[in-house]
Design a protein around this ligand. Structure first.
Ligand SMILES: *[C@@H]1O[C@H](CO)[C@@H](O)[C@H](O)[C@H]1NC(C)=O
Ligand SMILES: *[C@@H]1O[C@H](CO)[C@@H](O)[C@H](O)[C@H]1NC(C)=O
Ligand SMILES: *[C@@H]1O[C@H](CO)[C@@H](O)[C@H](O)[C@H]1NC(C)=O
Length: 588
């Protein structure tokens, strides 16, 4: 890539890096810390939703949390005796939704082997699998019937079953690979498994930064038995590959590092939300669907220069793969890739100078909302809008008191988001609508689909009130409670002292101004809010001050003060304390 090209790219990106890209509202006090694991030394905590409970597991500790936030530490099987001083410490290596009426499915792994269990509703464990494979809690997995699929970085997809027969392992690609998600096909593809991953680009040249990685999806048959003794024995004979595209074909840029994937069912299809990153650490979300993926695998030509087997469509599921012709097996050994790429439904959803690490997607009746974990430990709540860029970040949550890495996120059915770090588990209530302010316009401007103005307050929609946009101009709707804001708080400031007035910022998409007599001044932004500074109090500073926010056509008085000057310095009350006290009063 030459320099001009690079510059154009940067200019193009900077167009989208506007203030609107930032979260409109920042909420620091919305997370409730449910659990602190600090004393347990849990390295990687993973969350899973199963049987109406949230499960948090890491190291050899497991907790279940119910909707009343009562948690229970689950007893793990006792340590086994170790021969020859080897390390027998088991760590939880897999947590899955329970199958066949079980509460949970979990695996524990030590240096040499893995044991998996079904957990019944009385928390008792029964053996499900024993395996020589060492599982990693960070790798994706899938449990279908008595088959467990899991991946190993840089190796590939494995399948084991409870009898430890029908084991299938990959023929190693010898390339750096990161696996992100396994999903089972549905409908006509219910006999197939799909693996989402990125692979190091072997042919990447040093100056082609954006193509260091190749995002891909592979398809394989669940009933694959592997090849006969001499070719692909116990390896996939049905696995075919396709590239994922995320970017802008005309703009010539793309996102190639697949970071995380979440899926939702919508319009009788499975939508796959892929979180990507590019060389410049910008993030994007591209949405694919299973129909399109299946079409590419079913109809595209193969890229391979090898002659396509005559009697068999590569990738088609057959009753007995050990009987495949040697032509077919040779073809499959070369990791056959489709010529067509899997294209997203629309252009990328966001371009961000934010380092996102996890994605969760929630479907509401008329909207889809994305939750994106920031590297700093925050979470962005993002409205998915078709064809509109830049996207709208409804809010930024900071659930943890300190900056941290988020290790896992999961949504429950009651509109809560559970977020874990290596030390803590926090719960965020996604329907705290009162934070947007108590008038119609403030509620509508939030654009939060979890909230509507019900003509009394900003509140979660009830089943009767699933309406999209509220019109705040009708008098009965617009009725708002502004009484508190109309009262000016009186501040007495000693002559010649330095002071400031504080205006709380709710929306980072709004501009804030101070009005005093005939003058107006832009508010000075700080972390605490925005300020009006007075270097030295004198008589001209006396009088009324009003802080007004304006966002689009909506203007609103946020706070009023009346300043009076006292003659003597001796009366001085530290203005900052006074003001902060008043502030907290006004906000309550
Ligand atoms: C992207 O982020 C990673 C990890 O934070 C960092 O090491 C790398 O230098 C960043 N790349 C660029 C181009 O800023
Ligand atoms: C593949 O395409 C053929 C028609 O060309 C169709 O009959 C078949 O059902 C398709 N298979 C899948 C899995 O979509
Ligand atoms: C009060 O202070 C302002 C500067 O903050 C100055 O412009 C003004 O002249 C002063 N007024 C009087 C009456 O001293």
């Amino acid at each position: 890539m030459d320099l001009t090209c690079l510059c154009v790219l940067f200019m193009w990106f900077s167009c989208f890096v506007s203030a609107r890209h930032d979260a409109r509202v920042k909420l620091t006090d919305q997370g409730v810390i449910l659990l602190n694991f600090e004393h347990n030394h849990m390295n990687t905590v993973k969350l899973v939703k199963s049987s109406g409970l949230i499960w948090a597991g890491g190291s050899d500790n497991l907790y279940s949390i119910n909707t009343s936030l009562i948690y229970k530490q689950v007893k793990m099987p006792a340590k086994e005796e170790c021969k020859d001083n080897s390390d027998c410490t088991y760590n939880i290596s897999l947590l899955k939704e329970g199958v066949n009426g079980n509460f949970l499915f979990l695996c524990r792994t030590n240096t040499y082997s893995t044991r998996c269990y079904h957990m019944a509703s009385n928390y008792s464990l029964t053996d499900a699998f024993k395996s020589e494979y060492v599982l990693d809690i960070n790798e994706p997995s899938l449990l279908i019937g008595n088959m467990l699929y899991f991946t190993k970085s840089n190796m590939g997809l494995y399948r084991i079953n409870s009898m430890d027969t029908r084991v299938i392992w990959p023929h190693s690609a010898q390339i750096e690979q990161n696996f992100v998600k396994l999903i089972a096909g549905t409908g006509r593809n219910q006999d197939k498994v799909y693996t989402f991953f990125t692979e190091k680009n072997k042919s990447a040249s040093k100056d082609l930064e954006s193509d260091l990685w190749i995002p891909q999806v592979s398809q394989s048959c669940m009933n694959d038995k592997g090849g006969p003794k001499d070719e692909l024995q116990s390896s996939w004979t049905s696995m075919i590959y396709a590239r994922l595209f995320c970017g802008d074909e005309e703009g010539g840029y793309r996102f190639t590092q697949l970071i995380d994937v979440d899926t939702v069912e919508k319009d009788n299809d499975i939508k796959i939300y892929g979180l990507f990153r590019n060389y410049w650490n910008m993030s994007a979300v591209c949405v694919y669907n299973m129909t399109e993926i299946s079409n590419v695998f079913n109809h595209s030509e193969f890229k391979s220069s090898m002659k396509r087997p005559v009697n068999h469509q590569p990738g088609l599921c057959v009753p007995d793969s050990t009987r495949l012709s040697s032509d077919t097996l040779k073809f499959m050994k070369e990791r056959p890739e489709m010529k067509d790429w899997v294209m997203p439904e629309n252009g990328p959803l966001l371009f961000k100078h934010h380092h996102y690490t996890h994605i969760q997607v929630d479907r509401l009746p008329n909207h889809t909302v994305l939750f994106l974990a920031l590297e700093s430990g925050g979470v962005h709540k993002v409205l998915e809008e078709r064809g509109q860029r830049p996207v709208f970040v409804i809010a930024e949550f900071r659930p943890f008191p300190h900056g941290t890495h988020i290790t896992s996120m999961v949504l429950d059915s009651l509109k809560h988001l559970y977020v874990s770090s290596s030390n803590e588990l926090a719960k965020i209530d996604l329907q705290r609508c009162e934070v947007y302010g108590n008038d119609c316009n403030a509620c509508v401007l939030s654009r939060d689909p979890y909230c509507i103005w019900n003509s009394v307050q900003c509140a979660p929609p009830t089943s009767e009130s699933i309406q999209d946009q509220t019109d705040c101009h009708t008098p009965e709707v617009a009725k708002s409670r502004t009484d508190l804001r109309d009262k000016a708080s009186v501040q007495t400031i000693p002559e010649s002292s330095r002071t400031f007035l504080l205006c709380p910022i709710l929306s980072y998409h709004a501009t804030y101004h101070w009005y005093h007599g005939k003058t107006s001044e832009e508010c000075v932004h700080t972390d605490a809010g925005c300020l009006y500074l007075i270097e030295s109090m004198n008589a001209t500073h006396e009088g009324l001050y009003r802080c007004e926010s304006s966002e689009g056509v909506y203007k609103r008085t946020v706070i009023r003060y009346e300043l009076r000057m006292s003659g003597s310095q001796a009366l001085s009350v530290t203005p900052i304390v006074l003001l902060l006290l008043t502030m907290s009063h006004l906000l309550l």
